[in-house]
Structure formats: C-alpha cells, structure tokens
Write a protein that binds this ligand. Structure first.
Ligand SMILES: [Zn+2]
Ligand SMILES: [Zn+2]
Length: 271
C-alpha cells in the first residue's frame, strides 16, 4: 500500500510539474500511457486514445499538433518498458480500467485501417515501380528491336553482296537446262573475249540454257550467228561438255576447288 501511495505520489508530482516523466503521460487522456504509441511528430498517446481519435475524426493526424503521420505507428517499446519498470502498479490498474472487448475491437479496427492505407500506399508504390519497370522494359525491348533490325539489314546487304559476287559460282551449281539468258551470257563470257559478238546475239535472241543445250552445229548459226568455223567448234565442244556433265565446267581456281569438293571426277578426266 505504501508502494502504491508512493507511486501515486510520483505520478502526481510529474503531472503537476511537467517534469521529464511527462513523457509517460498521454496527450489525450492525461493519464499514464497504455500501449504508448509515438507519432512522427514525436507526441505519444495511448493506443486506445489514438484509435478513438482516429475513429471520431477519420484523420491520420496527431490529436495534439494535427501533424499527419504515415503508415501504422507501432507501440513505443522503450517508453512501454520504462513505464513497466517505474509504474507497474499504476499500469496494472489502468490496464484493468480500459480492458474491454469494445476497446480491443476499436484498436483492432484502427490498426486494420492504418495497415490498409499502408498497404494501398505500398501497392501504389509497387504500381509506380511496375510502370517504371515497364518503361524500362519497353526501352530495353526498343533497343533489342533496333539491334535486330540493324542485324537484319546487315545480313540482307551481305546476302546481296554475296549473290552479286558469286554469279559464276552459282552457275556451276545450276543445271544448264535451268540457265537464264544472263547465265548463258555469263557462260559465253567465261569461254573468252572472242565470244563478245555471240553474247550480243544471245541477249537479242533471248537464248536460255534449254535452247543452248538443244543447239547443234547448224542451229548455232541461227541462234548465236556463229559463222566462224573455229568458234563454232569451240562453242559446240563447250555445249557438249554442258550436256555430258550437266553442269558448267570450272573456269577459275575457285570453281575448280568447288568442283573438287563436290565430285571425285577430275576436270582432266572430263576432257
Ligand atoms: Zn491516453
Ligand atoms: Zn503531435
């Protein structure tokens, strides 16, 4: 009993004098703090008093200075421990005083509301984060698309260059029967500079591979206007080779190499 009186005495002293222990007094009920909850402004209140204030005002502000607070402030463990050490008796009394199902429900709803707000804020932040992330992804995807387009263009250019530079190579891979007029002209060019007039004739008469391989000594004069006996013999011989091997014989070192890799037959054996 003496202890209780002494404790009461202490309380009265700090209540009256506003001494250091006023940190243990609730700004709402002016009594010993129960479940002391400190807001961002620094003011502390009983958790129940704060819940009542929130329920009545629907404001997330300090009941004393009206400063808004964020999130769901927890119980101030330091103040709670100090009160338990210094004013255990008074604290027990106060706890019995305020303990009720209604008050517990009030605190529960208050905490739920604050946590809901905190979660909404959190999800908003996450949403913003996602938006930024999506923008980042879009930028990254744009960058990748750019790289792909550039790669595609480079590949296309390379293929065009390869196709243009490999006309004669294509010719040795292509059966003469499928040659176009340009292929026939290319073939005549490979035979030598003496075929220049016959190339013109081939172009003019649109001689393709099918017509070429069907030509004999007599028709050569008609389709390519070959009158020179030696020329006629040379072209006839070349056409015979085309028919015999169903391909253009290699005319350059690279074409020889390609043929060697394709067949074991040696060009000398063919001739
Ligand atoms: Zn209070
Ligand atoms: Zn305040």
């Amino acid at each position: 009993m003496d202890y209780e009186d002494n404790e009461e005495g202490q309380l009265n002293v700090f209540q009256r004098q506003g001494s250091m222990e006023s940190e243990f007094i609730c700004g709402c009920c002016s009594d010993l703090l129960i479940q002391p909850t400190t807001l961002t402004c620094g003011h502390s209140f009983c958790r129940l008093c704060l819940a009542q204030w929130f329920t009545q005002s629907r404001k997330r502000t300090c009941p004393f200075c009206q400063q808004a607070y964020l999130g769901c402030p927890g119980v101030n463990i330091t103040i709670k421990n100090l009160i338990e050490k210094s004013y255990s008796r008074k604290l027990s009394e106060r706890e019995v005083e305020v303990r009720s199902v209604e008050n517990e429900e009030l605190i529960r709803k208050f905490e739920q509301s604050l946590q809901g707000v905190a979660q909404t804020t959190g999800s908003q932040n996450r949403l913003q984060g996602n938006v930024f992330q999506n923008v980042g992804n879009l930028r990254f995807q744009g960058f990748c698309s750019g790289i792909c387009v550039m790669g595609g263009i480079i590949l296309l250019l390379y293929l065009v260059m390869f196709w243009r530079n490999s006309g004669s190579d294509l010719l040795i891979h292509k059966p003469p029967i499928r040659w176009s007029t340009n292929d026939v002209v290319q073939w005549l060019t490979d035979l030598g500079s003496w075929t220049v007039d016959y190339r013109m004739e081939a172009m003019r008469n649109e001689i393709d591979g099918r017509l070429l391989v069907a030509a004999d000594n007599a028709s050569l004069e008609t389709i390519l206007n070959v009158t020179n006996v030696l020329h006629k013999k040379a072209i006839s011989n070349a056409i015979w080779q085309l028919k015999e091997f169903n391909m253009k014989l290699p005319g350059s070192l690279w074409e020889y190499k390609v043929i060697e890799s394709l067949s074991n037959r040696k060009p000398s054996a063919m001739l």
